[in-house]
Design a protein around this ligand. Structure first.
Ligand code: IVH
Length: 674
């Protein structure tokens, strides 16, 4: 390639990369994948290395990554918080190895540590005398933002590093670097919750983690299940380990969270093998990894090798193949959920992404389509991350030919044709027709589910068959199904039909609280259902409850009361109740007798989270109530104690951020006995 052509290519790359960087960092609407971006950047760096005099001040290689926001106090890092150079495949890794080997022959003896490259957000944590005193974002690598209060809410961030007998003791001052992120499952659950509440959903775990950490309200951060893994000591008083492997061991020994997936290998071929193994194994990680990081184990050597721009020579990011592709948006379908929320679904030209053929992807909500100006016929950028449902990032506007048509949100439900409604302050549109067939499917699935009537053997497929055959038009119809009905369905032999009928029969014994939960009243979950049974002995009594009366129950505000009253007012629901009653599915709850024993927990409000050893969910509630305490679903300032067991989730974070006392079951017992 002639020098003139190279110069043109370089200038074009600078322009293109700056444009995409702006789209990514400022507009938050990327139109190319990270992988494509990194590849172009790599090419630019090659050209700049060959012609250093062509480097312009506006080249992305000369610019700091993301800017520092003004709303948080700025923090100067004790040393540069570096980035990583990228490699794409074994050849790049070998080339990197040869390069650094030429610079220093000790490279051949160093060994390497290979770690997952977590797709999260770098954070810097300062400990003084074992206490967490300051936490910051990376910012531009020199100055970050003070997000101490938010980081305190992360379960993985130890607030103190205890001095341990026999264990390593923390240096007086210790600054560590790690990655804050969200597990894929937690992300899915969060989005599901937001969706059902009619709120905006998040794009991907990384954006959610970033957005949650930059909240000015730490209570919000606390309600997000963010995690942390640390991997580097940025600065410390006193000696620090000479190797990366020992660094990970020390961090782990100090009680900081460290990945279990790092491996120590002796040569570069083993390092490559470890990286390649991760390509197929990446979905076994609980979080998204966009690559593996190969680090020289000998940290002194790594330091001696120095940096190129912001990238240390002693480490390389081995990027996994892209899980972002572009494809054609052929149409937009509408899904109707159990609560009637309508969600748009992208129907795509089939495309392979990360080893899976994708034909559908989520478009989140109608505002999202309008905000991103996604049009039918557009080429769209699609991402599949871990087990997360694929989603459309946005249109590739540059590739439009004018034939694309803007999308108009529906005014009627696509399943039943009834008008849709929009609640003030929510992004979601709802179909409010209780007889809507699409809702019916979701409703039945919920009704038969585990926390509800627990009808074993009634999966989605069978529900679909029953609805399609017209055998079930509401949940009450399940109780009038006959053996002959079932035998008419495809795939139903005698035994399968008998088993299902037995499960349905058994479900009649479920207590009232299960049945209330099963009805799928908005805002009424398992705990609330159980609370209602303490006041209302059956569905008849509950159906007559007034707003005022309901709001006298602990934990019931105007929204919940309204949702309950609305549900029972609807004629279709009244009909379901009548049918359930006629079918004999009409459990009654024994109203609680006034508590008789000592009431040491009187006036105290508890929330329970995680798995307890000596109690089930139900028995711990009964225990607390027996001693006069109240149990509610969510942690608020009014909560006196959070009883936390194993694998406690976001409630624990929330309690900590609000200063609510966290106790275990032993302490609960002693409180009750006091
Ligand atoms: S080491 C000198 N290790 O990847 C140390 N980085 O693309 C340089 N990252 O900004 C970083 N997991 O936020 C390192 N195990 C890991 C990592 C990791 C994720 C992130 C980090 C960095 C980015 C570079």
């Amino acid at each position: 390639m002639s020098s003139e052509n190279e110069r043109q290519e370089l200038e074009e790359l600078v322009r293109t990369l700056n444009y995409h960087s702006y789209r990514y960092h400022v507009l938050d609407t990327p139109v190319i994948s990270d992988y494509e971006y990194d590849k172009m950047l790599k090419r630019l760096l090659e050209l700049e290395a060959a012609h250093p005099d062509w480097i312009s001040p506006d080249s992305p290689s000369q610019r700091s990554g993301s800017g520092v926001l003004d709303k948080f106090v700025k923090v100067r890092h004790p040393g540069a918080v570096l980035s990583l150079a990228n490699g794409f495949g074994a050849q790049d890794v070998r080339a990197w190895y040869e390069r650094i080997l030429r610079l220093d022959e000790r490279v051949s003896q160093s060994g390497f540590v290979v770690e997952p490259k977590i797709d999260g957000l770098t954070v810097v944590l300062h400990y003084q005398d074992g206490r967490f005193v300051l936490g910051a974002t990376r910012g531009d690598g020199v100055v970050g933002e003070d997000i101490t209060t938010n980081l305190r809410t992360l379960r993985g961030v130890p607030l103190t590093i205890p001095v341990q007998a026999g264990g390593p003791n923390p240096p007086a001052r210790l600054v560590v670097r790690g990655e804050a992120f969200m597990n894929v499952r937690d992300f899915d659950a969060l989005n599901q919750r937001l969706l059902e509440a009619g709120e905006k959903t998040y794009l991907n775990p990384r954006n959610t983690a970033a957005g949650s950490l930059r909240q000015l309200d730490p209570a919000l951060t606390a309600s997000r299940p963010l995690r942390l893994l640390t991997y580097q000591i940025l600065s410390a008083d006193g000696p620090v380990p000479d190797t990366q492997w020992e660094t990970l061991e020390l961090l782990r020994g100090l009680g900081l969270p460290v990945t279990d997936h790092a491996v120590l290998v002796k040569d570069i071929e083993e390092a490559i093998e470890a990286c390649q193994n991760w390509i197929t194994q990446r979905d076994t990680l609980a979080y998204e990894a966009d690559g593996a990081v190969i680090k020289l184990n000998n940290l002194r050597l790594a330091a001696d090798l120095g940096v190129v721009g912001k990238d240390p020579r002693g480490a390389l990011a081995f990027k996994f193949p892209a899980r972002e592709v572009t494809t054609r948006l052929q149409g937009i379908g509408i899904n109707v959920g159990r609560t009637g929320v309508l969600t748009p679904v992208a129907n795509l030209e089939a495309v392979e992404v990360g080893g899976v053929v994708v034909k559908q992807a989520t478009l989140h909500n109608f505002d999202y389509i309008l905000e991103k100006d996604i049009r039918i016929g557009d080429r769209v950028l699609l991402k599949r991350a871990g087990d997360v449902i694929p989603y459309v990032i946005g249109p590739v506007v540059e590739q439009r030919d004018g034939s694309e048509t803007p999308f108009t949100p529906p005014t009627v439900c696509p399943a039943c044709g009834q008008p849709v409604e929009h609640l003030a302050g929510e992004v979601a549109w709802y179909c409010v027709n209780a007889a809507c067939p699409a809702q019916l499917m979701r409703n039945i699935e919920h009704f038969v589910g585990r926390g509800s009537m627990d009808i074993v053997g009634l999966g989605t497929k069978i529900v679909e068959q029953l609805v399609d055959a017209g055998l079930v038009q509401d949940v009450a119809d399940l109780y009038t199904l006959t053996r002959a009905n079932l035998l008419d369905l495809e795939g139903f032999a005698g035994k399968k039909a008998d088993n299902l009928l037995t499960s349905i029969e058994t479900s009649r014994q479920q207590p009232l609280s299960r049945l209330i939960n099963a009805l799928g009243i908005r805002e009424v979950g398992e705990v609330m259902a159980a609370d209602l049974t303490r006041v209302y002995p059956d569905l008849e009594a509950l159906s007559r409850a007034t707003m005022d009366e309901l709001q006298r129950i602990e934990g019931v505000g105007p929204n919940i009361a309204q949702a309950i009253v609305d549900w029972f007012t609807r004629p279709a629901n009244q009909q379901v109740l009548a049918k359930l009653r006629a079918a004999g599915v009409w459990p009654r709850a024994a109203l609680q007798a006034a508590p008789s024993g000592p009431q040491p927990l009187a006036g105290l409000t508890f929330v329970v989270t995680g798995t307890l050893e000596g109690f089930s969910r139900e028995t711990v509630k009964e225990f607390i109530q027996q001693y006069g305490g109240k149990v509610t679903d969510s942690v608020t300032k009014k909560t006196d104690y959070l009883v936390a067991g194993e694998s406690a989730g976001s409630k624990l974070d929330k309690a900590r951020s609000l200063g609510v006392a966290v106790i275990d079951e032993t302490r609960l017992r002693s409180l009750a006995a006091s």
